[in-house]
Design a protein around this ligand. Sequence first.
Ligand SMILES: [Zn+2]
Length: 423
Amino acid sequence: MSPTPFTLLFVLFLLLETITHLWLASRQARHVTKHRARVPDEFAEKIGLQSHQRAADYTVERMKLSVTRRVFDAMVLIAFTLLGGLEAINAFLISVIPNDFWRQLLLLGSVLLISGALQLPFSLWKQFKLEQKFGFNRMTLGLFISDTLKGLLVSVVLGLPLAAVTLWLMAASGPLWWLWAWMVWVVFNAFILFVFPTWIAPLFNKFTPLDNPELADRINSLAQRCHFALQGLFVMDGSKRSAHGNAYFTGFGKSRRIVFFDTLLGKLNPEEIEAVLAHELGHFSHKHVQKRMIFSFLLALVFFAVLGFLKNQIWFYQGLGVAPVINGSNDAMALLLFFMAMPVFTFFFAPIFSFFSRKDEFQADHYAHTQASSEALISALVKLYNDNASTLTPDPVHSAFYDSHPPASLRIRRLQELQAHNG
Ligand SMILES: [Zn+2]
């Protein structure tokens, strides 16, 4: 059988994606190595040479892992599609499960399980080799296993009904099934956002109310200044997994809360924490979260419409190495092929999303400058970059393509400009 035009297009895009990723990663590693010997001038007083070199080594090792992973993922994708993996799994299930609906549900489940299992060695390596080596890992193997099992349980409990409803809609709701499936998807995502802080997150971490009156006062008055109706301040035991620190907003309405990683509270002083939260409130005030959510739902609508079209095209299945079955449904197969192959074609949109994300970050920094001390935000950024071993000298092209946050030096320079303006 000679390859179809769609197969050639798919292989071409997969090659382009992989090569681009390798090229960007090697650029990043070379750039960081080139600047390893010397701390950039603007950080020279704040960051020692040793931490600077540790950040460089950490970045280079992460690039190596990401390259290995990318090449491995590309091979897995080819194995599932063009080399007949999906078709073999499906043929086996057809031979043992007579019911079409259950066979399809099991096809989705088993392929996701296999893909997940294939990622495990990388997660283990990252946590117990890479993070361990640089002193970030706080996890035991027991915790890793229990996290994995809990994650699997949550995926089954939430994912199975979603998959069942989607398959049912595909079979029973006519040519506009994709519109109904999209609505289910939107409701499902809103539901997850709603239950995440109160049901899902506590399965993995302990949340205790913030027990620091001075800091709580500061944050409450900041929230008031920013017209943010806050329902609670919580501390999360992030230190049980990692030394990396963070803070986030989560939930809607009554469950809206601010969560601090205990690792962050240990690193920053109250004024710096206030500045970091003012930045987060900047995202809230500029409605970045809502805008992103609406955009992602619209994007999902486009994807569902495309899937609605592709599901009925024989070339779509054949081009990706699958012969559609005749006396049974191909809906689950269409879903799998679509979600596996789609990222290959959308990869080159990544820099556009990164660009808008960085724009939002500058906006949030600007907001923090108006509501809190930009001096404190600068010193918090320096501390966080230092503690997380984030490089201060990223390759500009790699950064433009992938980074959701602008490089530290640019953020700090902008904040200093704002300070200078205010004189
Ligand atoms: Zn931000």
